[in-house]
Every structure is written in C-alpha cells, then in structure tokens.
Ligand binder design. Sequence first.
Ligand code: 5GP
Ligand code: ZN
Length: 117
Amino acid sequence: MTDCIFCKIIKGEIPSRKVFEDDLVYAFHDINPLCPTHILLIPKRHIASLAEVSAEDEPVLGRMLSIARRLAEENGSSGGFRAIINTGHIGGQEVAHLHLHVLGGPEPVGRMVSPRG
Ligand code: 5GP
Ligand code: ZN
C-alpha cells in the first residue's frame, strides 16, 4: 500500500522508534503515547484491519499475540500490559493498517473503556 503511513514506517520512509522486527511483524513506539509504555505492533504485510483478516493471516496474528509480552517487558511494563486492537469506525480505528496497541507502565493503566456520557 503506497499511501499507508504504517507501510511507510516499515519501509523506513517515515522515521519511527523501532523496538522489534522479524520476518512477520514490526514494532515501534506510538508517536502520541497514552501510557508510559505504548508500543504499536503491526504486520509487515498490509492488512487493513482485524475485520479483513483470513485464515492465511493466522501465522502473523499468532506472532503478534505471542511477542506482546516480551515487548511490554522490554519497554517498562513487566507486571502485565493491555493489548488493544481498535477495528473500524465503531472501534475507533484511525490508521487503516492493522495494529496491536501494547499499553502499560509501572502503574495499572485504568479503565478499559470510558463510560458513555
Ligand atoms: P488507532 O486509533 O488507529 O487505533 O491508533 C493509531 C495510533 O497510531 C495512534 O495511537 C497514533 O498516535 C499512532 N500514530 C499515528 N501516526 C503515527 C506515526 O506517524 N508514527 C507513530 N509512531 N505513531 C503514529
Ligand atoms: Zn499499510
């Protein structure tokens, strides 16, 4: 995807603070952290969202979930973390390249979602 900011980050066309990379995934610090630890973990292949995945994506989805704990531990959240995948308009997804937020820090991160008001 030529127009996708996260594809450009993977290619190095947009700078990022990388924390991990392997054959399937790329991870970097969120530019606007919501917690002391805020890592974005993305598939290297462009997948628009969790609503667009198919069985062929299972290896990369498994890698994303299995590497999250290590990324949290190595980046200041050794006592656990929260993993979030915002999906589509209802899920509040802003960047149309699937990404797992890994959130944490020294203190509990708080409520999962704000009550509607
Ligand atoms: P979403 O709302 O789609 O789940 O999350 C998108 C996330 O991407 C946001 O937390 C936002 O701060 C982050 N983000 C957007 N553009 C960039 C960028 O160019 N670099 C980095 N490191 N993070 C970005
Ligand atoms: Zn992309």
